[in-house]
Design a protein around this ligand. Structure first.
Ligand code: GTB
Length: 223
């Protein structure tokens, strides 16, 4: 890792378990950089690299993404996106109240929507053979569904969550793409269109292509 990178450097999986579907958390940071037109570098890391104490100086929980620019090191994808949004025009409205509302949407994406969806996914992945699995799965499904229903009602026929596209939409869409991958958005046509609208943004497409390139390269090296 360079001592004080002059342009932002983030970490991402060298060999992402999402197989290039843009579901890992570097995607939201890449997308934020693309939205504001900030060039960035990526340091690809293996699971072994992430376990080292050296890596913990970048990310105390040994996860991706971490962010480094100059003397500033940041972790937590939401904090990194907020930092980008606060330092460039385009992801937070200039009006103070609208800005505060956009930040509420950022927090709600991560705390209210992402939390139950990740809990459900981890349960599916890790507890399928447990005796309580069949009984507990509908409980976790219902928790996710309740939040999706509320979000769908809130979005209604709107294009974005609160006026112009913001970092709130950026985080919300990256969070929703995970339950969407499990077909949990089937009942919510407006949420599916919301994701499609976001995915059509040129900045999203550039970010998606960049992370997909990493996966494609990793496959070539395996062949
Ligand atoms: N709260 C942190 C943040 O938002 O930055 C969470 C970061 C995080 O969970 N990072 C994951 C990680 O580094 C990668 S993105 N995990 C390694 C570890 O914890 O040891 C999560 C992820 C992983 C795989 C898929 N997938 O296969 O689809 C999707 C998302």
């Amino acid at each position: 890792m360079p001592q004080s990178p002059s342009r932002p450097l983030i970490t991402a999986f060298r060999d992402s378990p999402d197989r290039g579907r843009g579901l890992a958390r570097d995607m939201r940071v890449r997308w934020a950089f693309e939205e504001v037109g900030q060039a960035y570098d990526v340091r690809l890391v293996s699971f072994d690299d992430m376990k080292t104490q050296g890596y913990a100086r970048l990310q105390p929980f040994h996860q991706i993404p971490a962010y480094h620019q100059g003397d500033l090191i940041l972790f937590e994808s939401g904090a990194i996106v907020l930092h980008i949004a606060e330092n460039h025009a385009g992801l937070l409205p200039p009006n103070a109240e609208a800005r505060a509302r956009a930040i509420s949407w950022m927090f709600s994406a991560l705390n209210t929507i992402e939390q139950p969806t990740v809990e459900r996914e981890a349960f599916l992945l890790l507890e399928k053979d447990k005796p309580y699995f069949q009984e507990r799965l509908p409980i976790l499904d219902a928790r996710v569904n309740a939040r999706l229903r509320q979000l769908s009602l809130q979005l209604g026929g709107g294009e974005w969550l609160d006026g112009e596209f913001s970092a709130g939409d950026l985080l919300m869409v990256t969070v929703l793409r995970r339950p969407a991958a499990f077909n949990l958005l089937e009942p919510y046509e407006n949420l599916r269109s919301y994701i499609k609208r976001a995915e059509a943004r040129p900045a999203y497409r550039r970010a998606f292509a960049a992370q997909l390139d990493v996966f494609t390269e990793s496959q070539k090296n395996k062949a």
